[in-house]
Design a protein around this ligand. Structure first.
Ligand SMILES: C[S@@+](CC[C@H](N)C(=O)[O-])C[C@H]1O[C@@H](n2cnc3c(N)ncnc32)[C@H](O)[C@@H]1O
Length: 320
């Protein structure tokens, strides 16, 4: 598969000297990875059973339940296993485990997962919360909601309400309500090409700006739905600055909030970009992290941890 020329040029500007290793890594297939589900059993028991079956597991440093499967090329082998059927494992890309790992989740929280389907982050959050507190898992797509509810059932999640609506409505419906909001935003998915080349097939230079508008609205809605002093974790699986730093910078410039630094054991990150093309972003975006596939043998990701100021209201700095 050939990378679209326009995208290649963007990556050259984005990565400079690291372009070679970056492109090589993008073309290498991804190692399958799993999260062992402690809602259904003991970590060591499940891990031992999988190893007795011949799977070679190596720990993902930033998630104590996460493992790469070193001796499987096909993810489908895992998907057809008894452990998967019983909900003892969740097949999840290693970088997709980052947003919940950085979120400081505790069992007593009210959590919003605004774009939740098919449920990687929701099931991960429920596991962290030991099925206590409450999660509202929302997605606008009825089709994808089916996969979400199936996964919640399979994983044994009982602290989660599922809603199907446009995430942009939460800010008004439930303002200042959630301790934590996750916005795992719809994006151009450039970081997923190690699994499928669909993102390259669908790429067009105009796509980033259009997506950024939706992402900004979703993030503002999540900001409004979060209590003062609460946390919003924004993530995408794309490299496009318009959909990442551009969106975060807009929130920082217009709403009372700040970014917190992100450090996870064993994760090699690049700082968020303070500028891109003609854009100059809010300098705080440097605290967000870019995860590149040539650094961690993962898919691409972007994560920002946002704190809503204690002394804040649901509106923007410019609201009357
Ligand atoms: C990156 S995926 C989410 C993946 C999910 N968080 C997980 O970890 O399994 C983005 C999701 O956003 C949903 N979405 C798109 N526009 C939305 C909107 N306006 N409101 C809520 N969800 C939306 C899509 O249907 C899609 O399921």
């Amino acid at each position: 598969m050939e990378i679209p020329q326009g995208l290649k040029e963007r990556y050259q500007r984005l990565l400079g000297q690291e372009m070679g290793p970056f492109l090589e890594a993008l073309l290498r297939p991804l190692k399958p990875s799993i999260r062992i589900n402690t809602l259904k059993g003991n970590l060591w028991d499940i891990q031992n059973r999988l190893e007795e079956k011949g799977l070679k597991l190596s720990p993902i440093p930033w998630c104590s339940w996460g493992f790469w499967v070193e001796n499987l090329e096909e993810e489908s082998t895992l998907g057809n296993s008894l452990e998967h059927f019983l909900g003892e494992i969740y097949i999840q890309e290693a970088s997709s485990m980052i947003p919940v790992e950085v979120a400081d989740i505790t069992p007593d929280m009210r959590v919003l997962d605004m774009a939740a389907a098919p449920g990687s982050k929701t099931t991960h959050a429920a596991q962290k919360m030991e099925n206590r507190g409450v999660i509202v898992a929302n997605d606008v797509s009825i089709h994808r909601i089916k996969a979400l509810t199936h996964n919640l059932d399979r994983i044994g999640v009982i602290n989660t309400l599922v809603t199907t609506m446009d995430g942009r409505r939460f800010g008004r419906l439930l303002s200042n309500y959630f301790h934590l909001s996750l916005v795992d935003a719809p994006c151009s998915a450039e970081g997923t090409v190690r699994k499928s080349f669909r993102a390259w097939n669908n790429w067009h230079p105009k796509v980033h700006k259009k997506l950024a508008e939706t992402q900004k609205s979703l993030l503002i809605s999540a900001f409004k739905a979060t209590i003062p002093g609460g946390t919003i974790v924004y993530s995408t699986c794309t490299f496009a600055p318009e959909e990442n730093e551009g969106v975060i910078s807009y929130l920082l410039d217009h709403y009372p909030c700040h970014l917190e630094a992100i450090h996870l054991h064993g994760l090699d990150t690049h700082s968020g970009l303070p500028f891109w093309e003609t854009e100059r972003y809010n300098p705080q975006v440097k605290k967000a992290v870019r995860i590149y596939p040539h650094k961690n043998e993962v898919g691409g990701f972007f994560v920002a941890k946002i704190k809503k100021e204690e002394e804040s209201w649901a509106g923007s700095k410019t609201d009357p």
